[in-house]
Write a protein that binds this ligand. Sequence first.
Ligand SMILES: NC(=O)c1ccc[n+]([C@@H]2O[C@H](COP(=O)([O-])OP(=O)(O)OC[C@H]3O[C@@H](n4cnc5c(N)ncnc54)[C@H](OP(=O)(O)O)[C@@H]3O)[C@@H](O)[C@H]2O)c1
Length: 328
Amino acid sequence: MSQTVTFPNGRKMPLVGLGTWLATNEQEIETAVNEALQAGYRHFDTAYMYTNEKTIGRVLKQWIDSGKITREELFIVTKLPMIGNTPEKVGHFVQLQLEALQLDYLDLYLIHAPIGFKYSNDTELVPKGQDGKIAIDMSTNLEAIWTEMEAQVNSGKIKSIGVSNFNSKQIERIVKIAKVPLSNIQVELYVYFQQKALRETCAKHNITVCAYGPLGSPGRGALYASRGVTFDAQNPMEEPVVKEIAKKHNKTPAQILLRFLVQHKIVVIPKSTNPQRLRQNIEIYDFELSSVDMGRLEALDRGDKGRTFGLDSFPGVDKHPECPYLLK
Ligand SMILES: NC(=O)c1ccc[n+]([C@@H]2O[C@H](COP(=O)([O-])OP(=O)(O)OC[C@H]3O[C@@H](n4cnc5c(N)ncnc54)[C@H](OP(=O)(O)O)[C@@H]3O)[C@@H](O)[C@H]2O)c1
């Protein structure tokens, strides 16, 4: 039975969801979502940027139509793309995404990142300027985008809203103007980068936290190479302390890394398209880490040095006035 965190509006988000970034092969994601539903996943994390909403939507519809699940049992999260980071484009993308997912409401909609890219059409997700660099929209107004996100909640198309990749200062700014609560933030968070300061900010404002890259996101090499960036983050599943605790509990290192976060009431969205691994990733409720185990894992935090998603992922974003890694 899946455990949940509760939003200020009373809605509940399952602590474990299926991540789907880099799962774009249609057959692969179709099989993964089917396997995940069978394994008990009800929470799915996607984004316009992942270009897999249509396939995910098709599988979800098959399950709902067959009567095997109800819409109410599902928790579907998706995100506003960076090319949609203007108030005029929010409603446009919400509508496109609802259609792709074949849903009439989203459970949670996030601003994917505080940085805007220039919109030219719906398919150019990372537009390039004539100089070959990412066409960054320097005029991003986070407060104005948030107000439009609230309008989408009021129209009934979204149940709850949140942000992703925002820093503490940006969170505080949204909290200050929010009429609809900021319910959840999705950020990189794993054993080497535990985001303690940001979690404190969130706790203060009753904002639930979702960890992306909870296993250290080891599958990014090819993508980064295509952007001319070297990926050399250390794999926390190889960490001796994690392996030792895993052995003691007869669990895998991945299960230890996920259990550690879930025990802190942090939502996790491990990505896997492999049936065995995705099952393993949700089987984390039949054991508990002791306070000693928890302490040893907490001690693995490397603070900001543990961050692996940052300026590297999109070269040039450091020029944007809302770049979350530079704003102090
Ligand atoms: N908001 C954002 O900006 C943002 C950024 C990044 C990610 N996300 C979200 O967060 C999700 C998770 O992050 P992520 O995909 O970057 O990284 P992750 O979940 O930490 O790691 C996924 C990688 O680990 C492998 N894996 C999964 N389960 C495993 C297991 N039990 N044992 C060994 N290897 C395992 C996967 O390969 P297989 O598929 O082959 O199992 C895949 O290569 C994403 O899918 C996406 O939904 C959001």
